[in-house]
Unconditional design. Sequence first.
Length: 324
Amino acid sequence: MRALVCEEFAPYEELSVHDVPDPELAEGMVMVDVKAAGVNFPDVLLVEGKYQMKPPTPFVPGMEASGVVSALGEGVQGVEIGQRVIVATMLGAFAEKVPAAANQLVPMPDSMSFEEGAAFTTIYGTSYHALKQRADLKKGETILVLGAAGGVGLATVQIAKAMGATVIAAASSTEKLQIASDAGADHLINYAEEDLKKAVKEVTGGKGVDVVYDPVGGDLAEPALRATGWGARYLVIGFAAGDIPKIPLNLVLLNSRDIRGVFWGSWAGQFPRENAQNIKELFDLYEAGKIKPRISASYDLEEFKQAFADIMERRVKGKVVLTT
């Protein structure tokens, strides 16, 4: 099969796609013929050795895919050959075939395309867990979403609106803000041209927001925290800007603010039943037309460098996928 292989940690430009033996199918495992795979910021960090998890090399990166079940290992029940599924794995998705445990599969709605399926689990799973379990977002509250046109940012705009919140979308260009607006954002802030804290305070009448969703980090973190009100929850999602911010803790004390980390993958592994319920509720929102992945670009597996570059250069407006 064709697969993107990371022989050793290195800049992603040094990786290549080549033929490798088909993976073996162990007891209790399911083989999935991959149709599409979602590309995420952590995938790039992983191959460059910059992620918190460092798997032994060589390995095939890719943490999520959609496809069709092609073989069942001994003892597998509740899964059928030919079934359309979404696969959630930390590794292995950037290939023509990926083995997975039965509990890593989610049956895909018939109305969902393979590209949408590959773009769904990580961004919506992360965002829903962040808003539901970590922020405890309430109807009528106000949320500031940074990087609002990126994968998790756009998912958060859609989910927060579905949960009844007022959404302030912040991004770095008019084009990106228009995409966030189309997804349902109530207010728009261009933080490349406006003072973020001042703009948020104006929108909220000086009160500040109840929740901040921050996948960007860098220089935006402190002004975003300063733009929160009493008892606000600041969600740390990631650091797309590259720099990990250092927050003055007196800002947390002053308004009884909370800073809460969000690591959906680890949480999902520790709380599989709660995660399964989240995914069910997300599928319900999808079927109701309240959320829908936006495919920024779709590339063939051999064009992975372009997909990775889109992410690292922050050109993605929604989600990038690779097809096999």
